[in-house]
Write a protein that binds this ligand. Structure first.
Ligand SMILES: *Cc1c(COP(=O)(O)O)cnc(C)c1O
Length: 362
């Protein structure tokens, strides 16, 4: 739990150096530069490690990396949803969670499942309307925010939302998956917990699932560790290796993806086949609404060659998805909205590929 020792946030260059050097093994002659993958459920008694559900060297390496760039102490989980579920487990029976509308649909759906069981109450608020946030927080236990919502890409006034929640003694959690600590540092704004789906741009290669919670409060960290240990959603040694390997290049990949996303958002906004472009001027995701409706949205996903038709975001490869094809997507998302996750390919190639299809549609 010593991961907060390096403050790598707010400075991409320092973050680069930190991510390359942290979470490695001992610097001794003959030792591997990279951490050794320890495929172990159990460890020789009497040492730092005991049974892998309680914690493992692989998990600790990823925790050092993510904790360092978010500015707190981290815990990693088997997926982003496992991390989110650990937060839901903090809520006392009959308690209330306030969720920003447009938050990740899995988090809202899981909270509703628990609500259907009578475990907790769910209130949805528009996090861009501070009066709704204020009203929602009255008597609530947890406020769940996203630094950028998805796929509508709204950006709330996070520091004001956090202030309002704290005035009502509401624990504030920020899912920082889309913005990343390169753009937004919620713990510095007073958030109690930052949540990540490491699956996305932090690991960045679409080859694993992992989640994280980061906090500066040691008592909260201990409670979350207790939940992780008993709920059992631990990450595997191999996935931890892949995640830390991916995170070494996070800043390079994400800076590039973000630059390309900004360029593409500009090009897309000027095209007649497109009715609306959503881009919050940060992040690697651009959402477009098509002038030609659902069939045009489907054409973009099917007829582009470089843009892979698949769900998810944040990987090195560019993806396109019509979100409403998923039955659990919110009905408030337009039917003809395509979410574009911009990868690291040549931005000229990406534009040429999608422009060909868009020209055909006009
Ligand atoms: C993907 C995602 C999650 C869920 O993470 P998994 O790793 O898929 O379980 C949560 N929040 C956001 C914003 C996401 O994009």
């Amino acid at each position: 739990m010593d991961s907060a020792s390096v403050d790598a946030s707010r400075d991409a260059e320092r973050m680069n150096t930190f991510l390359v050097h942290a979470g490695r093994g001992p610097q001794e002659p003959g030792q591997s530069l990279n951490p050794v993958i320890a495929p172990a459920s159990t460890f020789h008694a009497g040492g730092q490690w005991n049974y892998a559900r309680f914690g493992s060297p692989g998990a600790e390496q990823v925790e050092e990396l993510i904790g360092g760039i978010e500015g707190g102490s981290a815990l990693v989980f088997a997926s982003g949803m496992a991390a989110a579920s650990a937060v839901l487990d903090l809520i006392p029976a009959g308690g209330t969670i306030v969720i920003a509308s447009g938050a990740y649909n899995g988090v809202t759906a899981r909270a509703r499942q628990l609500s259907d069981l009578g475990r907790l109450h769910v209130r949805e608020v528009d996090s861009t309307k501070l009066s709704e946030v204020e009203h929602g927080c009255i008597g609530a236990d947890v406020l769940w925010l996203e630094s950028i919502t998805n796929p509508m890409l709204h950006v709330p006034n996070l520091s004001r939302c956090i202030e309002i929640a704290h005035a009502h003694q509401v624990l504030t959690v920020v899912d920082n998956t889309l913005a990343t600590p390169l753009n937004v540092q919620p713990l510095g704004m007073g958030a109690d917990i930052v949540m990540h789906s490491i699956t996305k741009s932090l690991a960045g290669h679409s080859d694993l699932l992992m989640g994280a919670l980061v906090t500066t409060q040691s008592s909260l960290w201990e409670r979350l560790l207790g939940i992780r240990t008993l709920a059992g959603a631990t990450a595997s040694a191999f996935d931890c290796y892949l995640a830390s390997r991916g995170m070494r290049t996070f800043v390079l990949r994400f800076t590039r993806m973000q630059e390309s996303a900004r360029t593409l958002a500009g090009h897309l906004a000027g095209h007649a086949a497109i009715r609306a472009v959503h881009y919050p001027d940060m992040g690697s995701v651009v959402s477009i609404e098509m002038a030609g409706g659902v069939s045009a949205a489907e054409a973009v996903c099917k007829r582009t060659r470089l843009w892979i038709a698949a769900t998810s975001l944040g990987g090195v490869e560019s993806l396109a998805e019509r979100r409403r094809q998923s039955p659990i997507e919110s009905p408030t998302v337009p039917e003809d909205l395509v979410r574009l996750s911009v990868g690291i390919e040549s931005v000229a190639d990406l534009w040429a590929d999608i422009q060909t299809v868009l020209d055909d549609l006009t």
